[in-house]
Design a protein around this ligand. Sequence first.
Ligand code: GTP
Length: 171
Amino acid sequence: GLKRREVNVLCLGLDNSGKSTIIDQLKPEHAQTHDIVPTIGFSVEKFSTSSLSFTVFDMSGQGRYRSLWEHYYKDAQAIIFVIDSGDKLRIVVAKEELDTLLNHPDVKHKRIPILFFANKMDLRDALSSVKVSQMLGLNNIKDKPWHICASNALKGEGLHEGVEWLQDQIR
Ligand code: GTP
């Protein structure tokens, strides 16, 4: 039968940005929970595309758990980084966490693709994906392929475009 290649993905971002909601939407309908609660520590989920089978480490974004993230960098073949586009105050904190990630020895010299979701684009005062990209300084990322998509995880909008980009980076 058809064997999909296995890929480890790390899903990062501040608490409440929408990571678990995004991952839930990417799973097949019968596997979706719809009942999303704040993640404690991390949770391991699976979803697949036509050619790849993704194992996602959905990391809690709460401050006290963020120190767990780095233990998973080594085995990650791709990163999904989620931003709450409606949370203008904490985008600065998101940038700090991103910079820490990019400077980590297990990530710094690795050509790992990073997919950004500027999530919650449905909120009336959400920042555009261009603005989010500027505020995070994404143009400074020169040694890794990256891509940003505006998304509405509640409706599933923008997610598949992002995952298709990721799939193209990996094959
Ligand atoms: P932690 O597990 O604490 O790290 O949070 P998380 O990043 O996994 O966020 P989660 O998926 O639990 O979503 C947090 C809240 O945001 C929930 O109430 C979601 O329903 C809501 N949410 C997620 N995506 C969207 C979106 O695109 N738009 C809106 N309006 N709300 C969203």
